[in-house]
Design a binder for this molecule. Structure first.
Ligand code: PLP
Length: 381
């Protein structure tokens, strides 16, 4: 049996989403910029998707620009602010996704001032340090929740602190939207990135919310699409899928889906602790994404466990990309103060659509068997 437990990497597309997209592959193929009725159908579909996404994050629909994904949304936020001269210093957290961290590095190489705020042992930004680093000309970019460990940042306090000093705040909410209630009125960030494929939508489409009155420099030049903020003929099919995924996510949040994941996460952690022992949960002291369990087992490399589980048909992840059989320990865990050895032990299990309590026994057994095997190989060395 194949068991997918890597929903923070990507999610399967929901049947409702596929159904909503269907007509836009062939029959409703119009260009949303065309004046005739083919174009108008495409335009209406995009408008509806924008409303659906706006409703999920409680934003005005006209303040949302569709992009090719979370990465482009992050780039547009950071570069768009700097190129408009709205900030001259960028502050990011030490646990940002490469979509933010590498963009920050490129800005640094282009001569911009970039500072990195440290995190504590659970992956939370240290507010006292952040307070020392923010001034009126700073753009603060702190993710809503971390992809590796699931740590939720104290964003309400970060926004209050930054706004008090006149600074702007961007949040990469790619992992949070669809898993947590994200409301841009409750946490009034100036910019927020979202990606469809993390919430059972299609890959290659995302969005940036930007607060009313904020003027960003476009990163793609061309036609006047997306209120001149993102040139290029819209990917209508993908945008429609994004809208449908947002509507579905909203109904699932309202129906209490996160409580179901939390139950899976906590039950699995308890069962592993009992059955396998000598393990620890990363970020255990912080509020975390309800679907995310980052766990380490002593004497076992996360990458080796991942491969053993893959052979048994179970997909998990280590917090970092494996290349040519070797895995770099997660940057996030290193930033949390872990040793490279401890960080390399972690595996990330992330629940989502299709995971049920009935699967837990099989998961526990597969992990226990793999660990016994790996520990015995290690012991025999
Ligand atoms: N930000 C975070 C926190 C992510 O987890 C990801 C995807 O893994 C991204 C940004 C990039 O989003 P996309 O894959 O849509 O470009």
């Amino acid at each position: 049996m194949m068991l997918y437990l890597d929903h923070n990497a990507t999610t399967p597309m929901a049947a409702e989403v596929k159904l909503a997209m269907e007509p836009f592959w062939c029959s409703d193929f119009g260009n949303a910029s065309s004046v005739h009725r083919f174009g108008q159908r495409a335009r209406q579909a995009i408008d509806l998707a924008r409303e659906q996404l706006a409703s999920l994050i409680a934003a005005p629909a006209e303040q949302i620009v569709f992009t090719s994904g979370g990465t482009e949304a992050d780039n547009l936020a950071l570069r768009g602010v700097f190129e408009r001269g709205l900030a001259d210093r960028l502050l990011i957290s030490a646990v940002e996704h490469p979509a933010v961290a590498a963009t920050a590095e490129a800005l640094r190489q282009a001569g911009r001032e970039v500072v990195v705020a440290p995190v504590d042992a659970d992956g939370r930004v240290v507010l006292e340090r952040l307070a020392e680093l923010v001034d009126r000309r700073t753009l603060v970019s702190v993710m809503w929740a971390n992809n590796d460990v699931g740590t939720i940042q104290p964003l309400e306090q970060i926004v209050a602190l930054a706004h008090e000093r006149g600074a702007l705040v961007h949040s990469d909410a790619v992992q949070a939207v669809g898993k947590l209630a994200v409301d841009v009125n409750v946490v009034p960030v100036d910019l927020l990135s979202v990606s469809a494929h993390k919430l059972n939508g299609p890959k290659g489409v995302g969005a940036l919310y930007y607060r009313r009155g904020l003027s960003l420099a476009p990163q793609l030049r061309g036609g006047a699409q997306e209120r001149r903020l993102r040139a290029g003929t819209e990917n209508v099919t993908a945008i429609v899928g994004f809208g449908a995924a947002a509507a579905l996510a909203k109904s699932k949040l309202l129906a209490g889906e996160p409580a179901h994941w939390l139950n899976l996460r906590e039950s699995l952690a308890a069962a592993l602790e009992q059955r396998v022992g000598e393990c620890w949960v990363n970020g255990a002291g912080a509020s975390r994404l309800p679907n995310t369990l980052s766990i380490g087992f002593s004497g076992v490399e996360g990458a080796a466990l991942l491969m053993n589980l893959d052979l048994k048909g179970i997909a998990v992840s280590v917090g970092s990309a494996c290349s040519s059989g070797t895995a770099e320990p997660s940057r996030v865990l290193l930033a949390m103060g872990q040793s490279p050895r401890q960080a390399a032990a972690a595996v990330r299990i992330s629940f989502g659509l299709g995971n049920t309590p009935e699967q837990l026994a099989e998961i526990v057994e597969a992990i226990a068997e793999s660990i016994e095997r790996l520990r015995s190989i290690e012991g025999a060395k």
